[in-house]
Design a binder for this molecule. Structure first.
Ligand SMILES: [Zn+2]
Length: 73
């Protein structure tokens, strides 16, 4: 029973302008049909993906000073 995820074995080829089956190299992947380098997401998908991360990121790191609310004498 094959349960291959569609996007798991396809990447976006900017040349073909669609998600295509690809060939894996050492650190890069190439379109199986045109041979150009493919990326995991299209530009639009990537920007929305990236935006999601930025929005999730907690804003501003609060430097924690020694909290001495309770004074134990
Ligand atoms: Zn291609």
């Amino acid at each position: 029973m094959e349960s291959t995820d569609y996007y798991s074995d396809r990447k976006f080829c900017a040349h073909c302008n669609q998600y295509v089956p690809y060939l894996m190299s050492v650190d890069k992947s190439y379109c199986a049909s045109c041979g150009n380098e493919v990326r995991l997401f299209s530009k639009e998908d990537w920007s929305s993906f990236h935006q999601t991360i930025l929005e999730r990121r907690p804003k501003g790191g609060r430097p924690r000073k020694n909290q001495q609310n309770k004074e134990t004498a």
